[in-house]
Design a protein around this ligand. Structure first.
Ligand code: SF4
Length: 335
C-alpha cells in the first residue's frame, strides 16, 4: 500500500472509532476533535457525521424563518455585523416593527412550511419601553399563529428571561459568535464572558437555548473546535452555524479571510461529533457557499436550515428549500 492510501486507511479507522464512541453515548476529546478536523478522509468524516445525525435526529430537518424586527443602529462594534452603528454599511435601518407586520410575517412563515419563527432585534439590550412592546407582540403571536416562537434581543437579565418564558417563548438565541481566544479580534465593546452570561441566564429561566457562531472570520481550525466545546458546555438545544459573508463597510470586508467549502464541511461534521443530539442549523452564508443550496451540509451533520432570508441578506424561497430537503430523502420537522 502506498503511504497516501495508508494515511486514508488510518484516518478511516480513527474516524470510525470516534463515530462508534459517539453513537454509544460517549464524548470525544479536544485532541480527537482536532485530529478529526484535519483528516485526509473527508468523505468518511462527512458520512460518519451523517450517521450520527440519523441516529439521534432521524430524518428530520428543522426549518426556521427569521424576521429582523428592528434593524441597524446597534451600539456594539462586532466587526462582521452590518447592523453595528460603528460602520457605514448601507443597510435599511428601521425601528421596532408594529405588531401587525410581525403577525403578518409569522403567518406567511407558517404558510410557507416553517416550524418556528424567530423575532430578531438589533439591540445590545432592548430599552424597557421596547421590551414591553415586544412582549405584547409575543402575546399576540402566541394567540394568533400556531408556530414555535423564538426571540433574539441581545443581552438578557434573569427577570426578562423569566418574563419571556412565561409568555410562551420557546427558544432564545444568543450566539457566542467566536471562540474565547479569538473573540477580542471581532469585538471590543463586550467580551466572550458577557455572551456566556446571557446564555446561562436563558437556560436558568427554562428557555431553550439557541447559541452558535460564525466561521470564516480568520479563526484557525483549532479555534473552531474551541468554540464548539464552549458551545457544547452550555448544552444548547440548537446551534446556528453561520459562514461569514463579508459585508461592505465592516472591518471584516477588508480583513476577509476566506473559508472553502471543504473546511465548512469539516467544521459542520466535527461539530456533529462534539454535539451529537443538538440541532445544527446551517444559517447565514448557506446559499453563497453551497451551490447545491445545502444538500451536502445536510448530509454531513447539519439538521436545520434558515429559510427565506437572513437579517440583512436575502435567502432562498422556502418552497425551494423544502423541495431540496425532500430531494435528499429528508423531511421537515413538524412540531
Ligand atoms: S452582532 Fe448583534 S450585538 Fe453585535 S453589532 Fe450586530 S446586532 Fe449588535
Amino acid at each position: 500500500m502506498g503511504s497516501k492510501i495508508e494515511l486514508l486507511m488510518q484516518d478511516f479507522e480513527f474516524i470510525d472509532s470516534c463515530m462508534k464512541k459517539v453513537i454509544n453515548g460517549n464524548t470525544i476529546s479536544i485532541d480527537e476533535a482536532e485530529r478529526l478536523i484535519s483528516t485526509n478522509n473527508l468523505i468518511k468524516l462527512a458520512d460518519s457525521a451523517n450517521l450520527i445525525t440519523r441516529k439521534f435526529s432521524q430524518d428530520s430537518v428543522d426549518v426556521e424563518t427569521l424576521l429582523n424586527a428592528k434593524s441597524g443602529n446597534c451600539p456594539e462594534d462586532c466587526s462582521f455585523c452590518a447592523q453595528s452603528t460603528f460602520y457605514e454599511t448601507g443597510i435599511t435601518k428601521y425601528p421596532l416593527l408594529p405588531d401587525e407586520i410581525i403577525l403578518e410575517r409569522a403567518m406567511e412563515a407558517k404558510m410557507n412550511g416553517a416550524a418556528s419563527f424567530c423575532l430578531v432585534c438589533a439591540y445590545r439590550e432592548p430599552p424597557q419601553i421596547e421590551f414591553e412592546k415586544i412582549c405584547k407582540a409575543i402575546e399576540r403571536l402566541r394567540k394568533e399563529v400556531d408556530l414555535d416562537i423564538n426571540v433574539s434581543l441581545g443581552f438578557m437579565t434573569p427577570e426578562r428571561a423569566k418574563r419571556l418564558k412565561s409568555l410562551g417563548v420557546k427558544r432564545y438565541n444568543h450566539n457566542l459568535e467566536a471562540s474565547e481566544s479569538f473573540f477580542s479580534e471581532i469585538c471590543k465593546t463586550h467580551d466572550f464572558a458577557d455572551r456566556v452570561k446571557t446564555a446561562r441566564i436563558v437556560k436558568d429561566a427554562g428557555l431553550q437555548l439557541c447559541c452558535g457562531g460564525i466561521i470564516g472570520m480568520g479563526e484557525t481550525p483549532k479555534q473552531r473546535i474551541e468554540l464548539a466545546f464552549s458551545l457544547s458546555a452550555l448544552e444548547p438545544d440548537e446551534v446556528p452555524i453561520n459562514i461569514l459573508i463579508p459585508r461592505k463597510g465592516t472591518p471584516k470586508e477588508l480583513e476577509y479571510c476566506s473559508i472553502n467549502l471543504m473546511d465548512i464541511i469539516r467544521t459542520i461534521a466535527v461539530w456533529r461529533f462534539i454535539m451529537p443530539k443538538t440541532i445544527l442549523k446551517i444559517a447565514g452564508g448557506r446559499e453563497v457557499y453551497f451551490k447545491d443550496n445545502g444538500k451536502l451540509a445536510l448530509q454531513a451533520g447539519a439538521n436545520g436550515i434558515i429559510t427565506g432570508g437572513y437579517l440583512t441578506t436575502n435567502g432562498n424561497a422556502s418552497n425551494k428549500d423544502i423541495q431540496m430537503i425532500h430531494e435528499i430523502g429528508l423531511d421537515t420537522r413538524i412540531h
